[in-house]
Structures are given as C-alpha cells and as structure tokens.
Design a protein around this ligand. Structure first.
Ligand code: XMP
Length: 524
C-alpha cells in the first residue's frame, strides 16, 4: 500500500469491467484513490488504509449465492461515507438487512437489465445535486440481480421502469447505493454524482501533480536510502518520466541504461541521449549493441522467433551493463496503474504478466534487484502531466508509442541492414509529412512498415524493381483497439510521391486501412 499522505478513497473491486473508470473519474476530481480487490480488503487492511470514503464496485457475482464476494462487515463501522454501485449496491443491501432477488442469470426469476435506462427522482438528495434539471437522467444499467427490499434506514431517491431501487440512500449514515454505473460514458451526468459524493465525504480535491511529485520524491528517498538505482530507458514517455523523477529524488545514485539495438528510428538514439544529457545531466550509459542484435536476428523471419531473440538479448545486455554499476540494489520501472490493476484483477490473479516493461522482464529476480515504481498510481495521461510538471519538453511527452522490438516488427520477414536503412528513411519522411500537416497529435501512432516484397515500377525512362512499403496511422485510446486514421487523398498522394522520390529502394506506397481488431497496430 502507498503511504501517500492525502485523504484517500478506497475502491473495493468486486470484478467489474469498469472499475478502473471509477478511479479515473475520482482522479479527475483531484481525489486520491486506490483500487483493491475484495479478497485483500480485511478488517486490518481497512484500519491501516484509513479511507475517508469507500466505493463498492460492480461485479459479475450474485449475492444470492453463498460464496458471493463480500467486504468485511467492519467497513460499515468505519463511520465514513460508502457508495455501492450495481453489485456494490446489492452486497450492501444484503449485508445490512435488505433483500436481493436473483435474475435469470443467477437462477432466479427476476428480470435482468442491460443498457440505457432513464431514472426519475423520488425525493431530493445532496448526492444528486445538479441532476434531473430535465426531469430525468439517462443512466447505464448492467445487472442480472436486483434489490427487492431495502435495508432498514434506506430510502428510495430515484427509480427507473425496471429498477424501483435505482437510487437509494441512508443519509443518517451517509451510505449511498445505486443500481446503475455512474462511471461510464453512457451515464452522461455520472461524473457529477461522484463529485457530489466526494464533496459529501469532505475531500479537499488537493491531489495535484505537484503534490504527487513531492510525495513521490519523498517516498523514493525513503525506499532507496543511499543505495544505487538502475533504470532501463526505452526512449518512451513512461521510463523517461520515471527516470527524471527518480533523478530529482536521489541525483547521481541513479544510472540509466539506453540500449540501441539497431532497430531504432532515424536519429532516435541521439535524440534520447541528448534529451537526457543536455536537460538533466543524468548519468547515462548509451549502449550501442546494434551489431549483437542484428547478427542474432540475421536470417530469422518468424515473428515470434524475432521477438524472443530481442527479448532475451535485452535482458543479457542490460544485465551486462548493470553488473558494472557498483552497489545497484534497485531497478526502476515505469509501471503504470493499469498494469498494476491487471496484476490484481478479480479474475486474473496476481500472475498476469505486465507487458509494458518486457525489456527488462525477469531481471529483478535474476539479479536480486528490488523494484522502484514511482508511477504505479498513475494513468498514461497523468504520467504525461507529471512529465510536464517535471519539465520534460512537450515534444518528448507527446511522442507516439514505440515498441520495444522497434523496427524489427515493422519489417516482416528477414531483417537486413539495407532494409532497415530504407525503412528509417521512409519513416522519417512520413512523420515529417504528418508533422507538417499538423496531424501528429491527432494520431495515436504512425509508422512505415517495409514489406517483404519487391515490385516492378517505372521511374523516368527506366524500370525499377524495389520494395513496397505500407503506411500505418491509427487513432486509439489505449492501443487495445484502433481505427485507421482518415488521411485526405491529397495527403496520401503527396506523401507517397515524397517517399518514392526521396527514398531510394522504395517504388510503391500503400496505406493500411485495417482497424484493430481484426488487424493489429504493428505488422508483426
Ligand atoms: P499491436 O500491434 O499489438 O500493438 O496492436 C499495440 C500497441 O503495443 C505496441 N507493441 C509493443 N510494445 N513491445 C512493446 O513495448 C512489444 O513487443 C510490442 N508489440 C506491440 C504497439 O506499438 C502499439 O502501440
């Protein structure tokens, strides 16, 4: 658990798909919160966490079953406001003396309800300030079971056609329980409900990036003491922000290692090392290991084999450099909050692999290093905000994500130095075009893939037989799903012409208009 000094809100996770969104809504209100799975929330945990308010998430289980997940009864004796959502409402009613009826899914006869519904008010309630200006509010329902009898002390404040207990509360104890999901987009005024809840609970809304930065620095100093920390830089935002933050905390006790595997974009190694050397004076080992990576990849064309080779070499190389750093006891990683959530999820259990730091995966155990993960409480956009707070240049913070295996997964088939050089040049022209047209920040990720095919062309009066390439540009929120970016025909034509004119070795340009799914963003 963190030792953050702010008022904190505890979200007890019963396994809803959208629990993360509750945290998101609260952070937008500058409220510090943590999600903990119900299994780990014991009476002792509650005492040490000392939440100022508690939220019960939704979840797939049914309280009518004997083994239904429950919070410890002690949560109701904390004397703090509680908000139950969907399953959270049902478990609250069940434990406080009300009744829940099973829907068809859990073997009961009641009606389930999934999708949009409209709630109308029954009485006024401070939790609903700002609601019902038009007489009703749209909400998102997603439940099989439903409350059929309120617990003593509760009253109904809002109903929908299929949920007579859509909004309920025991105002004397500050317990609130709703059947719908206020955290999702389809409950348009949901954020207002959370705002009212944290106001009623007395949160000051003082969880800012500045405060986070100060506390994170204090925590890092406490954790690390006078020991040394190593940090693998990928050139991406997360590891860079982690490195700058840790450097601010412990100065030269931090050493960063940036491995150039020969699969970087044009100018990337120089850009990253200059950014760190010029702006931060952080001890940095720039390890040019391109020969090693490219020789091991020589002749390999299977995507998984290529990835495995790169993953293993990363660990070997990192370990080689780390061994030279005397007294290194900690490894810094830019693990983000969604990664942490994945690892403690209701269904996933603690063994889910965290994907963002595959570069040095397995290293902490091998080398007996302990982890420093100062971004564990943050979402991606919050990491960007922290990066700005730390003074990282906007141009760096806004960089498109770049995968650990680099250009290797943009070069289907065998990787050769000649192909990589062509790819680097084409990619540079493409990104230059995107920047010139002011589109860079509208796109999640854009890159060129060099295809393992050569085609016939005609340039001037001569025949060419050169590579084809594919341009890729997608919009996405988290990289899990993506849509292709709708460039204008003029943009595409101009870019294709520039690539063919400026990049020897390419005579055909295509644009990949596959969404994810069914495609993936990268080509391998
Ligand atoms: P895909 O191709 O899986 O990509 O749709 C989704 C996002 O993940 C990035 N990606 C990776 N990042 N190591 C990484 O660090 C990898 O092996 C890797 N594979 C894909 C990809 O760039 C996109 O942002």
């Amino acid at each position: 658990m963190t030792d953050i000094q702010h008022d904190r809100l505890l979200i007890i996770d019963f396994g809803s798909q959208v629990t993360q969104l509750i945290a998101r809504r609260l952070r937008e209100l500058n409220v510090y919160c943590e999600i903990h799975p119900f299994q780990s929330v014991t009476a002792g945990f509650l005492e040490s966490f000392a939440p100022k308010a508690v939220i019960f998430s939704g979840g797939p289980a049914s309280v009518v079953h004997l083994d239904a997940p429950r919070p410890p009864a002690a949560v109701f004796d904390l004397g703090v406001p509680i908000l139950g959502i969907c399953y959270g409402q049902q478990v609250m009613m069940d434990m406080l003396g009300g009744k829940v009826e099973g829907g068809k899914i859990s073997g009961g006869g009641g009606t389930a309800e999934f999708g949009r519904a409209h709630v109308t008010p029954e009485d006024s309630l401070p939790l609903l300030d700002g609601w019902f200006a038009d007489g009703r509010e749209q909400v998102w329902m997603s439940h099989g079971d439903h409350v059929s009898q309120l617990a003593p002390g509760f009253q109904v404040y809002g109903t929908s056609p299929n949920a007579p207990f859509a909004i309920t509360a025991d105002t004397s104890r500050n317990f609130y329980a709703v059947q719908f999901h206020p955290e999702v987009h389809h409950t348009p005024k949901g954020a207002k409900l959370y705002e009212n809840f944290v106001r009623l609970a007395g949160f000051k809304g003082d969880w800012t990036m500045g405060a986070y930065r100060e506390e994170a620095i204090r925590k890092i100093r406490e954790q690390v003491g006078d020991k040394r920390v190593i940090c693998g830089l990928s050139g991406g935002v997360d590891s860079s922000v982690a490195a700058v933050l840790i450097h601010e905390a412990i100065g030269d006790q931090l050493t960063c290692v940036f491995v150039d595997h020969g699969l970087l974009r044009k100018g990337e190694a120089d850009e990253v090392t200059a950014m760190f050397r010029d702006n931060y004076n952080i001890p940095l080992i720039a390890a040019d290991e391109s020969k090693l990576f490219l020789s091991e990849l020589d002749g390999q064309s299977d995507p998984e084999t290529k990835r495995k080779i790169i993953g293993k070499l990363f660990i070997d190389v990192f370990q080689k450099y780390a061994n030279d750093i005397d007294g290194a006891e900690f490894l810094a990683q830019g693990t983000l909050y969604p990664d942490v959530i994945e690892s403690v999820s209701f269904s996933g259990g603690p063994s889910v692999t965290i994907k963002s730091h595959h570069n040095v995966g397995g290293l902490p155990e091998k080398m007996g290093l302990r982890l420093v993960e100062p971004l564990r409480e943050l979402f991606k956009d919050e990491v960007r905000a922290l990066g700005r707070e730390l003074g990282l240049p906007d141009s760096f913070i806004g960089r498109h994500p770049f995968p650990g295996p680099g250009l290797a997964i943009r070069c289907p088939g065998e990787i050769t130095i000649a192909k990589l050089d062509i790819l680097r040049e084409a990619d540079a022209v493409y990104i230059d075009q995107i920047r010139k047209h002011g589109l860079y920040d509208d796109i999640w990720q854009a890159f060129v893939a060099i295809l393992p095919v050569r085609t016939v062309g005609v340039m001037g009066d001569g025949r060419t037989y050169d590579y084809a390439c594919a341009l890729r540009a997608v919009t996405s929120v988290d990289g899990m799903t993506a849509d292709y970016f709708p460039f204008s025909h003029e943009f595409l034509a101009e870019t294709a012409t520039r690539i063919i004119n400026e990049v020897p070795g390419i005579n055909r340009v295509t644009y990949d208009i596959t969404s994810k799914p069914p495609g993936t963003i990268e080509w391998e």
